[in-house]
Each structure stands twice: as C-alpha cells, then as structure tokens.
Design a protein around this ligand. Structure first.
Ligand SMILES: Nc1ncnc2c1ncn2[C@@H]1O[C@H](COP(=O)(O)OP(=O)(O)O)[C@@H](O)[C@H]1O
Ligand SMILES: O=c1ccn([C@@H]2O[C@H](COP(=O)(O)O)[C@@H](O)[C@H]2O)c(=O)[nH]1
Length: 202
C-alpha cells in the first residue's frame, strides 16, 4: 500500500488537489482519509462549548485513532472512518467503511505535525497558497458549504487560523517531498504527481 500525505493550510486546495489526483486512477485502486474525520469526539460538550474549540491546534485531532486506522489498513483490513459534521462541530453517529487500497491518500492541515504519522507516508505533498488567497477561498467555502457567516470566519481567522498556521502548519512544509504552488489551478503539478503514483503502482 502506497500512503500519500497531503498537507497545507486551510483553503490551500488540498481537497481539490486530491480529487484531481484520484480522477485519473481506477476507482478500486485508491481511497482517501480526511484528517477532519479524526477531530476528537466531543459529544460530552454542548454546541456552545464546541464552537469555542481551537480546531487548528494539533491537540484537536485524535492522532492515536488515525495511527491505529492506518496500521489496520496496512495489514489489509478495513476500518470504520468516522464521519464529521462541520455544522455540529462533532463526529456524526455514522462511519465510512474504508477498505485498504493500493493507494491511500491522507489529507489534512496538521498531518505532518505528528512524527509517527509522518513516518508512515511514502510521499509527502504540501499544497501552498498565499494567506490572502486562502482566506478568500475559506470565506466563500465556509459560507456556502459549512453554515458559517462572514463575522464568524473572520473572527476565527484572526484568533486561531492565522496564529496556528504560522506556529504549526507552515513549519511542516520542510518535511514535504513535493510542494505544489496552488494560487492558481496547477495542472502540471497534478500530472507529475499522477505519473509518480502510476510508476509506483507498476
Ligand atoms: N487553485 C484554486 N484556485 C481557485 N480556487 C480554488 C483552487 N483550489 C481550490 N479552490 C477552491 O477553494 C476552496 C477551498 O478549497 P479546498 O480544496 O476545500 O481547500 P482545503 O481542502 O485545503 O481547505 C474550494 O471552494 C475550492 O473550490
Ligand atoms: O468543527 C470544525 C472543525 C474544523 N473547522 C475548520 O476546518 C479547517 C480544516 O479543514 P480544511 O478542509 O483543511 O479547511 C480548520 O482550519 C478548522 O478551523 C471548523 O471550522 N469547524
């Protein structure tokens, strides 16, 4: 199993890059694990309390469960990937059965901060977009898809997104094998990554 880690700041375009990469691969050859599925289970908190969580700090992620799930997949067994609700700020009661595949892609803002998980990646990719570009994309996406308003996104950007990005996410760029500049759609970079994956699959 080839495990590819794709990190980068929020709004850098990780999910979009993942979808472009897997487009060219056989459906049964590849699957995706999102770090967002592994936010800590906070069912014991009220919604008001959950809203206040710093979701951009490594402590917000249940990395132990993610490590365990990657280890299970490597032994050829399926896992039940938690499903996450951004509107509820919590895991749902549903899970996504995820089978081991020739290529497993793990994507998320903080995945390169964890040494054990970092070691499990065969290829590490960091998607880069400038902070103003990321903020604009995040605003549009969170208002359209994640039930947020302008005030909420801007407030979170100032209090947690920006400082956490500088402290935890940007420094992990140094671990990347490949950095994809993604201020604009970068089809050349996608082609290169697809070629590398296809070569490794032979
Ligand atoms: N290169 C790009 N140029 C313009 N918009 C983009 C680009 N890549 C992604 N987007 C848009 O920006 C938003 C955030 O992208 P997404 O892939 O969800 O980022 P991430 O997973 O890193 O948070 C989405 O609405 C997406 O359509
Ligand atoms: O309940 C939540 C959990 C996380 N977030 C924000 O999501 C991003 C990470 O997702 P991307 O798809 O990489 O943007 C992170 O910056 C958290 O702040 C949230 O808003 N609510």
């Amino acid at each position: 199993m080839l495990i590819i880690g794709i990190a980068g700041g929020t709004g850098s375009g990780k999910t979009t890059v993942v979808n472009q990469i897997i487009n060219q691969l056989q459906h049964d050859e590849v699957d995706v694990i999102s770090q967002d599925s592994y936010y800590q289970d906070t069912s014991h908190l009220t919604l008001e309390e959950r809203v206040k969580i710093n979701f951009d700090h490594p402590k917000s992620i249940d990395f132990d469960l993610l490590v365990e799930h990657l280890q299970i997949l490597k032994t050829g067994k399926s896992i039940e990937q938690p499903e996450y609700s951004f509107t509820e700020h919590n895991r749902t009661k549903e899970t996504i059965t995820t089978k081991p595949r020739k290529v497993m892609i793990v994507e998320g803002i903080l995945i390169f901060t964890h040494p054990e998980i970092r070691k499990m990646f065969d290829i590490k990719i960091f998607v880069h977009a400038d902070s103003d570009e990321r903020l604009m994309r995040r605003l549009k996406r969170d208002i359209a898809e994640r039930g947020r308003d302008l005030h909420e996104v801007v407030d979170r950007y100032k209090t947690t997104l920006k400082p956490m990005h500088q402290q935890f996410i940007e420094p992990t760029k140094e671990y990347a094998d490949i950095i994809i500049p993604n201020n604009r759609y970068n089809t050349v970079a996608i082609d290169i990554v697809q070629t590398i994956i296809k070569e490794k699959l032979v």
